[in-house]
Every structure is written in structure tokens, then in C-alpha cells.
Ligand binder design. Structure first.
Ligand SMILES: NC(=O)c1ccc[n+]([C@@H]2O[C@H](COP(=O)([O-])OP(=O)(O)OC[C@H]3O[C@@H](n4cnc5c(N)ncnc54)[C@H](OP(=O)(O)O)[C@@H]3O)[C@@H](O)[C@H]2O)c1
Length: 254
């Protein structure tokens, strides 16, 4: 059995907690959170502490707290030479205090507490300072996902950068779309099939091949109409930026 203690109980760790709890190879020993949280049924038997000095012995400690807090939090742990990992895409392994053995357990997915997720297809990036710890993280990862890969901190930083483009920025563009529709009392539901197809078509086409729209076609009059509709809206800058970028990329091929 691999004993795990969760440090922090936000979006990522609460999902990892639920899924690792079901694993036959892993025992969730304890959850730590700096503020009290009620662990709800059927998990209420799992020990909870908000006292950092009362952490139980474990094979791996998983830190799931905001990126900027990871370093100082790992320094505040009272034990030494244990395996401590974090779940961030953008923070290097070196950010963890070197008084413990360091590692990474980064699931490439967007996690919100209120949405259930199946880990089976979620890639998990692992990294460790020695082969034994890497092996252990591989075992933990494989109990929940079919895709566990070793990736260095340098490569993971780039992977995370790419993830921010395809997920965070794309989602913000959904938000802009929904606000534009709201101005006309149109439901966001009208765009959902388009959003779904945009995401599914890259299963069979490269993003480059999948691109359509006025900027790619160089439909100048349509672009001018859109700019007119935007007026001095703060969204205009995004429209101009993306349109210019797309024209640069596809324009010369027309
Ligand atoms: N969310 C995602 O989609 C996602 C995906 C992949 C990786 N990650 C990575 O996973 C990590 C956690 O992300 P998340 O979205 O789960 O974060 P989150 O939900 O914002 O995390 C909240 C948790 O962090 C604790 N916390 C906040 N500041 C703290 C501090 N200064 N010291 C100790 N604990 C602190 C909170 O404790 P309280 O309840 O006491 O406030 C709470 O348990 C990040 O490194 C992130 O980059 C996130």
C-alpha cells in the first residue's frame, strides 16, 4: 500500500483525493488544510488536520495549493527526507524545499470542485529526484490514469504555457462570446454546438487545418463590420490582435 497525505484541499487535491481514495494500491492517510474543512460522506473517516505539526507519516505528500505559496509552504513542513510533490504545471521542482525529496504530480486538466472528472484519460506528468521516487509516483499515477509520463520541469513549463493558451484563454473567449450575445438577449446555448465541434474536430484535423473564419479567408468587409459592431469595446483589442495574427499565418497562402 502507498500511503498518501494531501496538503491543501482545493480543486486539484479534492479531485485527486476522491479518485485515489478508490484505488486499491493507495491509502489516503490524512488531509491537511490550513482552514477547517468538513470532509463529507463517504470520506468522513479519513483523518483531517489543520495543524501542520500533526501530519502523519506517509510515502508521499501531495501539495495542492496556489503556485506562489508552494515554496514557502514546503519550507514550513517540519519533517525531512520525505517525498513531497506538488501538482503545478508552471512551478519547477526546485521550488520545493530541498530538506525533503522532491517530485511532481501534475495532471493536465482543468479542475473545478463542482465538476466530476474521470482520471483515466487525464495525462499525469511526473518528475522526481531519484529513480525510486519516480517509480513510486508512476505507480500512484497508474492506479488512476492510463497516461503517466515523465517530463522535466523545463518541458513542463512549456506544456503549462501551451495549456494556458488552449484552456484558460479559450475559456475567456467563451466568456466574451457570451457577453456579446447577452447584449442582444441571445442565449449562450446557441454557441455550444459550435464550441463542441471546434474541440472535437482537432481529434482528426491539426489546429492549423481546422481553422476557418473571416481572418483566414481575408474577408475584409466582414472584418470591418465586426470592428464597427465592437466600437470602442475593450474586446476590440483581442479581435484586432487575433485577426492580425491569423492574417499573418494564413494570409500569404491565399
Ligand atoms: N485548477 C486546475 O485546473 C489545475 C490544474 C492542474 C494543476 N493545478 C495546480 O494545482 C495547484 C492547486 O490548484 P487549485 O486550482 O487546486 O488551487 P485552489 O483550489 O485555489 O487551492 C486552494 C487550496 O490551497 C490552500 N491555500 C491557499 N493559499 C495557501 C497558502 N498560502 N498556504 C497554504 N495553503 C493555501 C487553500 O486553503 P484554504 O481552504 O485554507 O484557503 C485550499 O486548500 C496549483 O499549483 C495549480 O497550478 C491546477
Amino acid at each position: 500500500m502507498i500511503n498518501v497525505v494531501f496538503l491543501g484541499f482545493g480543486n486539484v487535491n479534492s479531485h485527486l483525493f476522491k479518485t485515489l481514495h478508490k484505488s486499491k494500491e493507495v491509502t489516503v492517510k490524512q488531509v491537511f488544510n490550513r482552514n477547517y474543512i468538513k470532509i463529507i460522506s463517504p470520506f468522513e473517516k479519513i483523518s483531517f488536520t489543520d495543524d501542520i505539526s500533526k501530519l502523519e507519516q506517509a510515502d508521499v505528500y501531495i501539495i495542492g495549493i496556489p503556485d506562489d505559496a508552494i515554496s514557502s509552504f514546503s519550507e514550513s513542513l517540519s519533517f525531512q527526507n520525505e517525498l513531497v510533490v506538488h501538482t503545478s504545471g508552471g512551478v519547477s521542482m526546485d521550488a520545493l524545499s530541498n530538506k525533503n525529496r522532491r517530485g511532481i504530480f501534475y495532471p493536465i486538466q482543468t479542475f473545478s470542485k463542482e465538476r466530476g472528472l474521470d482520471f483515466k484519460n487525464i495525462p499525469i506528468c511526473i518528475e522526481a529526484e531519484n529513480s525510486k521516487d519516480l517509480e513510486l509516483l508512476l505507480r500512484v499515477g497508474k492506479t488512476i490514469s492510463e497516461n503517466v509520463v515523465e517530463i522535466s520541469s523545463e518541458k513542463r513549463a512549456k506544456l503549462h504555457l501551451a495549456a494556458v493558451f488552449v484552456n484558460n484563454f479559450t475559456n475567456h473567449l467563451y466568456q466574451i462570446g457570451s457577453e456579446i450575445l447577452k447584449e442582444e438577449d441571445l442565449p449562450f446555448d446557441l454557441l455550444k454546438p459550435l464550441i463542441s465541434e471546434t474541440a472535437s474536430k482537432i481529434e482528426t484535423l491539426s489546429p492549423e487545418k481546422a481553422q476557418t473564419g473571416p481572418a483566414k479567408r481575408n474577408d475584409i468587409k466582414t472584418i470591418e463590420k465586426h470592428l464597427h459592431l465592437l466600437g470602442d469595446s475593450s474586446y476590440r483589442k483581442f479581435y484586432e490582435l487575433f485577426t492580425e495574427e491569423l492574417k499573418q499565418k494564413y494570409g500569404k497562402k491565399l
